[in-house]
Design a protein around this ligand. Sequence first.
Ligand SMILES: Cc1ncc(COP(=O)(O)O)c(C=O)c1O
Length: 473
Amino acid sequence: MAAVHVCFNNSITQSSCNLRRLFNLERENISGRGQSVVQVNRKRVLNASLSVEVEAPDNVGKLGFGKITKEVIEMEGKVLVGTYARAPIVLERGKGCKLFDVEGKEYLDMSAGIAVNALGHGDADWLKAVVEQANTLTHVSNLYYSLPQVELAKRLVGSSFADRVFFANSGTEANEAAIKFARKFQRHAHPDVKEPATEFIAFSNCFHGRTLGAVALTSKEQYRSPFEPVMPGVTFLEYGNAQAAKELIQQGKIAAVFVEPIQGEGGIYSASKEFLQHLRSACDEAGALLVFDEVQCGLGRTGFLWAHEAYGVFPDIMTLAKPLAGGLPIGAVLVTERVASAISYGDHGSTFAGSPLICNAALAVLDKISKPDFLTAVSENGLYFKELLKQKLGRNPHVREIRGLGLIIGIELDVPASPLVDACRNSGLLVLTAGKGNIVRLVPPLIITREELELGAEILHQNLPVLDENNSN
Ligand SMILES: Cc1ncc(COP(=O)(O)O)c(C=O)c1O
């Protein structure tokens, strides 16, 4: 059995517990106060010791990361498929808008798990809903009825344009379901037509997910090309080009148009009211469906419960996911009765989706974020934050634009954003990139306070010089 020595001090005893669990480490003996000597269980972990052959990223160690962080990163490099270029911190716990890593360092979270943790971390009502439901009934499959699922659907229908809901487990799955529903709708609406409309329109800078249907609708070529052939029949048009969309929709082959009212991953670009209105009328004239992907911008983030309320334009289908269950996996497809009537038993389904546990958590989230006072606070805090950012960052020559609605804000730079994002993280602030990598994306928990927004803006401000340092050659 290969030994590894992991030293803990008393302040991170919690870390040590989690680490042991994570690595299935077995305590061999205790040597001294607050210090453990642990061993790796080879059978369960790897046929190698933790004193590694896999190199940690270059900056681990150089930046003074602790031993636990280094160990975890090295192990991740051995046991996980390398799909994620992660930041070199290991997060262990969170409360409100704060996160703490295994070394005990505190971060202000303005990433919210990529626009997921709308109520922050460990919201008491959300936690109660999860714990009580887990104690009562967690999962039964969709072979049976369950109370929280029906209640959540009722609440979503009651607060939106929609008549019915289909539950999924993620944003990409919600979009996958919307693709199927759109095609089935066209077949159902035109039973005598030999080749009903099966094609789709999506737009520049859009992101709809990673599964083979949703990725076919996603504009970044590098997400699609390694997996060709993806779903055929998708045309990408310029976001905002209503005329081009109208011309294509009129040809009668388009089953549905997928559009984000505010693009998140693509770079925090907002649609104009006219653009969405034109899409709506072109779809109506040709019998195509209009799908709003509100996976990132929906559910209160804009200060409106639904982002499309800011435009007064309504879809036939809306997809939701990220914040709906406050950090637990969920997706939802909201549809009109007209769309739902095309769908029959067996057309689509999911084992996990809509479980009592997830739906009860989502009810707790929806309860809070749909309150008018909550939404007003998001709006007002969003305006305050955007103004503050303009004051503090707007004069920097690398800052091109600060834009967004509510608490989805983008800072567009004329240089790559990652040096600033990395510097902020070292200073205790977590923010994201977006677009072609030159946009800082801010999607904090919706419960964030003014003081926290001020702190975030100040940390961004103080780290701005890094943009020059990285672009001086
Ligand atoms: C607008 C939009 N749609 C779909 C997705 C895919 O969601 P998921 O990662 O849950 O599959 C995302 C994820 O970022 C998104 O922002």
